[in-house]
Ligand binder design. Structure first.
Ligand code: FES
Ligand code: FES
Length: 166
């Protein structure tokens, strides 16, 4: 067992973990951040995507011990003061989800994509989200949501309680 000190969604956690524990397992089972989901655990689907020091990572691809001393943001840490992050609001507004399973990872990757490239073309959005799979194949509306945020037309101030699945 190894002690890790990790900040998750702004809160510092200090926990003993087995060295083989994946970051996604730690987040879900020890920290309780079940908004981060597991679709494959073989680095294929992107459902487990979180931000590590502001950059998206697939949390099934990292060990929890590798996150020691780092800052993690999950889908549950995006809303501030009860208001959805613009990307969450845009996914909601664009109906960019069907079953919603891929949505947390899609949103985390989409935010990172725009951090790198604030005004991507449609092709760049699709390429940037290549690591995230939507089994419901709702890609069209997902791309539209990212475009909404990029062009500043995403709805602002959507309350968390308005029915978002994220
Ligand atoms: Fe991590 Fe699928 S659960 S990539
Ligand atoms: Fe169902 Fe994407 S909305 S997997």
């Amino acid at each position: 067992m190894t002690r890790v000190n990790v900040t998750v969604d702004g809160v510092l956690y200090s926990d003993e973990v087995e060295n083989r524990t994946l970051l996604v397992q730690y987040l879900r089972e020890q920290v309780g951040k079940t908004g981060t989901v597991i679709g494959c655990d073989t680095t294929n689907c992107g459902a487990c995507t979180v931000h590590l020091d502001g950059r998206s990572v697939k949390s099934c691809t990292m060990l929890a011990v590798q996150a020691d001393g780092h800052e993690i943001t999950t889908i549950e840490g995006l809303a501030t003061d009860g208001v959805l992050h613009p990307m969450q609001a845009a996914f909601h507004d664009s109906h960019a989800l069907q079953c919603g399973f891929c949505t947390p990872g899609m949103i985390m990757s989409s935010i990172d994509l725009l951090n790198d490239n604030p005004h991507p073309t449609e092709t760049e959005i699709r390429r940037g989200l290549e690591g995230n799979l939507c089994r419901c194949t709702g890609y069209q509306n997902i791309v539209r949501a990212v475009q909404q945020v990029a062009d500043g037309s995403a709805p602002a101030g959507t309350p968390v309680s308005s029915g978002s699945t994220s």
